[in-house]
Design a protein around this ligand. Structure first.
Ligand SMILES: CC(=O)N[C@H]1[C@@H](OP(=O)(O)OP(=O)(O)OC[C@H]2O[C@@H](n3ccc(=O)[nH]c3=O)[C@H](O)[C@@H]2O)O[C@H](CO)[C@@H](O)[C@@H]1O
Ligand SMILES: C=C(OP(=O)(O)O)C(=O)O
Length: 418
């Protein structure tokens, strides 16, 4: 198990390249199941989750391999298995994204139920209800979703709560399902929009992506595609937090600002500034850390995936901040670890009250989930002395070469094998 060793405090300068989006790449890889032609995705980040999705596709008898650099090649012409085993699904919840495509392509799916995880229970009841609505018979047997769909037909699907991967599963299934499917209270996240754009290039008929009602007119066949994945707004936001907490000016290449309004607003409210250099480059400057109120919400609200990183920054604010987490019931696992670094944080229900302190001191801390890990790295950059972040395999699920990118900005951070 690797750990990070950080010697702080750091001052950063230079350029960081923002990789392709994990949460856009994963559904697009699953969408390759929908066609028997080649799919080439570019700008796919080198991450553990991407490797897991590739392994899962190979298990289904698709071909999946990384080409040069950031391209992934997938060909599902030989797909002949509908089985997504627990061994893979337990390591990555996003495996549930093969559910919709398998049903549409093979008329059956046998997909392990993802377990709970550190941030919450994360049920998939809405995915299952949606597939039933499209006409599938779905049972839960021995921890698996077992679904058959002799005759799928377009339907109106209403989500009680907008679910990102649920919306993506329905989009993919409906693209190959006879008739019109209307998704109401759909997720509007940019990654959903990017998936819809890819599906349209494949020949899908979709209207309304990015709005709360999406209409899909099913087609009988989808083509292969070559598609460039959007850049990762959460990675870009994480670098914004690194610049705030270290009071540094850095340049970001390929940050998808068009999808980052809520993050940029908070960055500026806390005390950052942004200057556009050209179409692909921005300069971000962390000047001071003012206390703020943050409430996570579905897009275009403030993303839950940025909550932990902003909390790390606010531990050093000039006053008291409040963060309310409304998406996941247990996404404050980083708090106890930030307290080990000297932070003053109280939790009451789904609210955290963060009293800014004058400084943080290095300590050994434990990463518990992906974004919690990132928040500990950010805090470690500002903490005085040595911070060890254990269990960074969580971080490797979703950040490409974070330690290399931070080192090249001047941080003293090393990956150490234990
Ligand atoms: C691979 C991927 O894209 N992951 C993202 C996706 O996760 P994911 O798609 O799993 O998250 P959802 O949007 O589904 O979850 C939103 C809320 O709906 C609830 N819910 C969801 C489905 C369901 O069947 N029943 C149900 O109750 C969840 O428990 C949660 O409270 O969106 C989350 C919210 O922006 C992000 O944090 C994740 O990074
Ligand atoms: C929670 C996240 O991912 P996943 O849904 O893949 O667990 C995340 O990206 O912060």
């Amino acid at each position: 198990m690797d750990k990070f060793v950080i010697e702080g405090p750091a001052k950063l300068q230079g350029q960081a390249y923002i990789s392709g989006s994990k949460n856009a790449s994963l559904p697009m890889m699953a969408a390759a199941i929908l066609t028997d032609e080649e799919v080439i995705l570019s700008n796919v980040p080198k991450l553990k989750d991407i490797d897991t999705m590739c392994k899962l596709l190979i298990k289904l008898n698709c071909k999946c391999k990384r080409l040069d650099n950031d391209d992934i090649f997938i060909n599902c012409s030989g797909i002949n298995s509908d089985f997504a085993p627990y061994e893979l699904v337990k390591t990555m919840r996003a495996s549930i994204l093969v559910f919709g495509p398998l049903l549409a392509r093979l008329k059956s799916a046998h997909v392990s139920l993802p377990g709970g995880c550190a941030i919450g229970v994360r049920p998939v009841n809405l995915h299952i209800a949606a597939m039933k609505n499209l006409g599938a018979d779905v049972e839960i047997e021995e921890g698996y979703i077992v679904a058959k769909a002799e005759r799928l037909e377009g339907a109106t699907i209403y989500f009680d709560t907008p679910t990102v991967t649920g919306t993506e599963n329905v989009l993919m299934a409906a693209a190959l399902t006879k008739g019109k499917t209307i998704i109401k209270n759909a997720a509007k996240e940019p990654e959903v929009v990017d998936l819809a754009k890819m599906l349209k290039v494949m020949g899908a008929k979709i209207k309304g992506e990015g709005e709360s009602t999406i209409e899909v007119e099913g087609v009988s066949k989808l083509r292969g595609v070559s598609y460039r994945v959007m850049s990762d707004r959460i990675e870009a936001g994480t670098f914004m937090c690194a610049s705030l907490i270290t009071g540094s000016t850095i340049e970001l290449i390929d940050a998808p600002l068009y999808a980052m309004d809520a993050i940029v607003d908070k960055f500026i409210e806390v005390g950052g500034s942004i200057r556009k250099i050209d179409d692909s480059r921005i300069e971000i400057k962390g000047k001071k850390i003012e206390p703020v109120v943050i409430k996570t919400a579905v897009y275009p609200g403030f993303p839950t995936d940025m909550q932990a990183q902003f909390m790390a920054v606010l531990t050093l604010a000039n006053g008291t901040s409040v963060i309310e987490e409304t998406i996941f019931e247990n996404r404050f696992m980083h708090v106890a670890e930030l307290i080990r670094l000297g932070a003053n944080i109280l939790i009451s229900g789904n609210k955290a009250v963060i009293e800014g302190v004058s400084h943080l001191d290095g300590a050994t801390v434990m990463a518990t989930d992906l974004r919690a890990s990132a928040s500990l790295v950010i805090a470690g950059l500002a903490a005085h002395g040595r911070t060890e972040v254990l269990r960074i395999y969580h971080l490797d699920r979703g950040y490409e070469a974070l330690e290399k990118k931070l080192s090249s900005l001047g941080a003293n951070i090393k990956r150490v094998k234990q």
